[in-house]
Design a protein around this ligand. Sequence first.
Ligand SMILES: [Mg+2]
Length: 174
Amino acid sequence: MMEKFVPDMYYQSIYRIDYEKLYNMGIKIIIFDLDNTIAGITAKIPTKEVIDLMFKIKEIGMRPVLMSNSEKKRVEPFRNALEIDSCASARKPFKKNYLKIMNIYRVKNEEVACIGDQLITDIYGANKMGMTSILINPISKKDRFITLFNRFIEKIIIKILEKRDLFKKGKYYD
Ligand SMILES: [Mg+2]
């Protein structure tokens, strides 16, 4: 059970991820979380760095998809600026919208990687689906109100994982 909270890879940020490696692993779809993964919670539009990164990922031959538990109104400006598909109010870690994405792009779970900053939503959701799970550090310490409870639980989970030598905060790996 606790293993489901352990990310397959762990990087400092989305810019440190080896996307060529993901491509060579057979990844076709990269699901990105929004809040605190590609943008801080107060940002209304993506930075040039994020726009460039999405372009680079497409050039490598993979498709980035935005999947956020935030509402459509929050997600849409990012989707438009990044010119990628999106799924808002996704209710991660529930399976429904992961299945929907697999269905739309006709990919298998092992062809999907998920990147996010939260163990309970992004990592647990991806692991449950058998997708490659990639944790990054949250962009800022500020969270949306709705995330505060998740962070509280997350702290407890991290403590247990550290005790069992399954995961250590700040110890990056791929
Ligand atoms: Mg997030």
